[in-house]
Design a protein around this ligand. Sequence first.
Ligand code: K1U
Ligand code: ZN
Length: 181
Amino acid sequence: MALRPVLQFPDPRLKRKSVPVGEITDEIRTLAQDMIEVMYDEPGIGLAAPQVGAAIRLVVMDTGWTEEGAEKKPVVLVNPEIVESEGALTWTEGCLSVPDFQAEVERSARVRVRYRDLDGKEHEEEAFELRAVCFQHELDHLDGVLFIDRISRLKRSLYVQRRKKALEREEPAPEKSGRAL
Ligand code: K1U
Ligand code: ZN
């Protein structure tokens, strides 16, 4: 089956607050499996359901698979929450929904995340460095927040202008002359 496309900024669906997952149905399992395929195909180290147009609190992550010789170990997070956070670090982030841009973002240095797996079992994980950053980045997606919402206004508006121009080149605005050919 074709891979689900990743929504790109400024798609308004990326700004919605997602709702908790209720019952874990076959539809949710299929969505999680599709998201894992998209994450590896892009490639990325995480993906949140809103990025494929589903406004539910579901995330997939695998922060280790791109290291040489590493195995793929995807984790599915149902209704993840940050239950503790501490300290600060600065990390250069990118996003599969924000093409051609990376920027430094300040995040918590340590987070403890509580979530359920696809069998409904509860887990808690403590994370540092890239994994802590990835948890925070993905959980932000569930609240309609992008990493560009966490950078300076100047850097953000420079990116927004550049992105608008790139989109105009891809899809020129309709002619305004009013002439019928
Ligand atoms: O949510 C997303 O858009 C996925 C994003 C996650 C992320 C990246 C960096 C810091 C925090 C969160 C990505 O996966 S961007 C791609 C990426 O980081 C990567 C791709 C290939 C190899 C290694 C990293
Ligand atoms: Zn992202």
